[in-house]
Design a protein around this ligand. Structure first.
Ligand SMILES: Nc1ncnc2c1ncn2[C@@H]1O[C@H](COP(=O)(O)OP(=O)(O)OP(=O)(O)O)[C@@H](O)[C@H]1O
Ligand SMILES: [Mg+2]
Length: 266
């Protein structure tokens, strides 16, 4: 089975949780669509899906099913699919790794994605089963690694880079998130999670540092409001940096014609 109509699959990953993968994914997706590209967003976080919230999709929204295929839900011009659209919010998903990997593959392949230039895949944290399955079975054009400048995040970012390298997925670059905190009251700049870490890892692996995004209130508020900063304030520093990153991603990711994805029913 393959994904007809999807030209480029780009994963957004990290080793560590909570560094901003979902925030970067949604804003990168919006930036690519602002470049005139057709973009979809797959929330691959089976256990803790967040794209429904980030995209402002009303709770309880369910995808339509046509010819046994899920129709993506459109939000802010993006085609979206997430576990949160097919499970109830109050019931935690408790699955073992292989089941979760299977669910993710189903979500990916049993969705009728339209013609897409890019399908951005918001990965769950870590370098476990789900990440490895996705990296191995899905013809990714590349991966964007998100990290904070903090040493514990960088350690995990290295693990992420190593994993994708092992399965020969090109690293499109690193986005350093929460680089600097700029006080919304007085403008004072504080490197809360340290500085220079993203650049150091980028240099270590010979990959691009795509952006350094500040830690700020507006980014978090817009995420919670379901209206990404890229739409709310396209001229702010964060959005400009994301747009520059999107331009590089769009240029680097090359069309992947195959191989076809093999679905193993187990
Ligand atoms: N640059 C930023 N400025 C302010 N808040 C941010 C920024 N980036 C992310 N956040 C906030 O930090 C939290 C974690 O971000 P996010 O959910 O994107 O991380 P994640 O890596 O996807 O987490 P998980 O590993 O749980 O999937 C969220 O509350 C988000 O709104
Ligand atoms: Mg996330």
């Amino acid at each position: 089975m393959h994904l007809p109509g999807v030209n480029n699959l780009v994963a957004v990953a990290s080793g560590k949780g909570g560094v901003g993968k979902s925030t970067v994914s949604v804003n990168l997706a919006v930036a690519l669509s602002q470049l005139g590209l057709r973009v979809g967003l797959l929330d691959a976080d089976i256990y803790g899906p967040s794209q429904g919230t980030l995209l402002g999709i009303p709770p309880g929204t369910r995808p339509q099913v046509k010819d046994k295929l899920l129709q993506p839900v459109t939000a802010h011009g993006l085609q979206c699919m997430s576990m949160s659209l097919v499970t109830s919010a109050s019931t935690p998903v408790i699955w073992r790794g292989p089941m979760a990997s299977g669910a993710l593959q189903q979500l990916l392949t049993q969705t009728r994605w339209g013609e897409l230039d890019f399908l951005i895949v918001d990965m769950p944290p870590g370098t476990g089963d789900i990440q490895l399955t996705l990296a191995q079975r899905v013809p990714l054009s590349g991966v964007v690694i998100v990290t904070t400048p903090q040493e514990v995040a960088l350690l995990d970012a290295r693990k992420g880079i190593e994993m994708f390298r092992k399965v020969e997925v090109p690293i499109l670059g690193i986005i350093e998130n929460m680089s600097l905190h700029i006080c919304s009251q007085c403008g004072y700049e504080d490197a809360i999670f340290g500085s220079g870490g993203g650049a150091a890892v980028a240099e270590e692996y010979g990959v691009a540092l795509l952006a350094q995004l500040p830690l700020n209130l507006a980014t978090r508020q817009q995420s919670d409001a379901g209206y990404p900063i890229m739409l709310a304030d396209p001229d702010c520093d964060t959005s400009r940096a994301l747009m520059a990153a999107a331009e590089v991603v769009a240029a680097k990711a090359t069309r992947v014609a195959g191989p076809a994805i093999n679905i193993i029913d187990d």
